[in-house]
Write a protein that binds this ligand. Structure first.
Ligand SMILES: [Cu+2]
Length: 511
């Protein structure tokens, strides 16, 4: 039976009945298809420079590797904490793939059993040691052992994910994180997340190709009482004290040379707070959002990301000196949130001798049009086969510590109810109406959407995204095509305590 024991085999068999494939104890050269860069590495080859997370890269069309979730002892600025992490890594390793690849993840839940009195309750956070895996933004099947968020992987169980990435998959920045309703917020607020990059499109632009690339994962782990999160209470308040980390480090140093252009892939993997940020003294150009290129590089003073969003930026180092990557103080709905210094940025001389020979030196910002992910063509009026309205709200409930339950169309999540039923090939326009005094970043699985209006105002770029902040008491209209995949998946708020307490619906797409 290889490296799994009888108990895990039985657990795997239970998972199999839910449509999965049993992990058969892959070992030895079974993993030779993943090129593993175990150690994290400084893109500039400098000792104090913030390393990129470790990486797994596909080889010959396959990324076959092991991943596990376990308790990870980490020293946070506030003290020691036991976090729930992937592969003892905060953040988890970056997965780097190409369109057409197959991702095979032999996943193992190495967390201890849940307390015996911890019941599975819908819309009440529960069973923080039960998990699964979601491939955020991937256009892949939501069924079986692919991007199936209805799976429950219990402590001690193994599960073999096989995720087939279409040949025409849009290139860009995606990510992975657990998505078991009831324990999503606790696990992501613990730092269980990592970047997933699909190669192509922007990578082929000469100016971007020659630039040093950074993968920057923003997380805000919350240790909980006694160092481990066993209750939702520490994460529930939006203004709960959070140590914002970049690639697992508190206020790390990032180096850039005078006149150098670097390509930064930023993932906001936090669970609740939005992140407007600035980098005064350097030039910021936004080139992509949620994986998809903007029409052209756009000079920005401030970048806005909601939990779940990714951005591609080009950063240009100007005058040598020390600068700060900073979130200014701002209001998230009614909640005032403090300024956060994320990282110290050091601009060093162009010819600084401490940078090893052979490190690339990008210098130019691409001019004119950026390439597009050609599969994501604009959705014309005449294509639309249906319209829907979704009302985001909340209701008072008794008996739960915060007395609130979040709703879509007046109802909290019900795993048995299909809220949206449609067909492969349908093209729909949805308007999200936020009746609450807080913004909600709404994410839909499997199929991205093209944003047409925010608060009724047409968006000039009509960007393709998979997560969009719906403004407090505001609206968002988007269009989406249900292509390629039938099956059941979800749309939900990416303020994850809202998701766990009900702000989620089931979308059932029939063949
Ligand atoms: Cu929300």
């Amino acid at each position: 039976m290889g490296i799994i024991d009888r108990r895990a085999f039985l657990a795997g068999a239970a998972a199999l009945s839910a449509g999965g494939v049993l992990f058969k104890g892959i070992s030895g050269d079974g993993f030779s298809h993943a090129l593993e860069r175990k150690a994290s590495f400084s893109p500039l080859g400098l000792l104090n420079d913030l390393p990129n997370p470790p990486e797994f890269r596909s080889v010959d069309g396959q990324l076959r590797t092991k991943m596990y979730m376990s308790f990870n002892q980490v020293q946070l600025p506030s003290g020691p904490a036991l976090l729930r992490n992937f592969n003892n890594s905060l953040p988890g390793p970056t997965l780097r793939l190409s369109p057409g690849d197959t991702l095979e993840l032999a996943f193992e839940n190495r967390m201890p059993p849940n307390p015996t009195d911890d019941k599975t309750l819908v819309n009440v956070p529960n069973r923080f040691n039960t998990t699964n895996m979601h491939y955020h933004g991937f256009h892949v099947s939501p069924k079986g052992n692919s991007d199936n968020v209805y799976l429950q992987i219990e402590p001690g169980q193994h599960f073999n994910y096989v995720v087939k990435i279409p040949e025409d998959h849009p290139a860009g920045n995606y990510w992975y994180h657990p998505h078991r309703h009831g324990s999503v917020s606790a696990q992501v607020a613990s730092g269980a997340a990592g970047m997933a990059i699909i190669n192509g499109t922007l990578d082929d632009v000469p100016e971007i190709k020659e630039a040093v690339e950074r993968v920057l994962v923003i997380q805000a782990p919350i240790p909980g009482i006694d160092g481990i999160l066993n209750s939702e209470e520490p994460i529930w308040p939006l203004d709960a004290e959070r140590d914002f980390l970049v690639n697992g480090q508190y206020k790390p140093r990032i180096y850039i040379r005078e006149g150098e252009v670097q390509h930064w892939r930023i993932l906001h993997a936090g669970d609740a707070q939005f992140f407007p940020f600035r980098l005064d003294g350097l030039e910021i150009y936004e080139i992509g959002r949620d994986g998809n290129p903007l029409p052209q590089a756009e000079r920005m003073d401030e970048i806005h990301v909601a939990p779940g969003n990714r951005v591609n930026l080009l950063i240009k180092g100007k005058k040598p000196g020390a600068y700060t990557l900073r979130r200014p103080a701002f209001n998230q709905g009614k909640q005032a949130l403090p300024a956060v210094d994320l990282a110290e940025i050091f601009v060093i001389p162009a010819n600084d001798p401490s940078v090893p020979e052979g490190i690339p030196f990008g210098r130019a910002i691409p001019q004119g049009k950026l390439p597009t992910n050609s599969i994501l063509k604009p959705i014309a009026d005449k294509e639309i086969t249906g319209h829907r309205k979704m009302v985001l709200g909340f209701a008072e409930v008794k008996g739960f510590f915060h007395d609130t339950e979040f709703t879509i169309n007046g109802q909290p999540f019900d795993p048995k109810r299909d809220d949206v039923t449609s067909k492969v090939g349908a093209v729909e326009e949805w308007t999200l109406i936020n009746t609450t005094p807080f913004p909600h970043p709404i994410h839909i699985h499997v199929n991205p959407f093209q944003v047409t209006h925010v608060n009724g105002v047409p968006d000039a770029h009509k960007p393709w995204m998979d997560t969009i902040g719906v403004p407090a008491a505001g609206t968002v209209t988007f269009r989406t095509r249900f292509t390629d995949f039938d099956g059941r998946y979800v749309m939900h708020c990416h303020i994850l305590p809202h998701e766990d307490t009900g702000m989620m619906i089931n979308v059932n797409i029939q063949a």
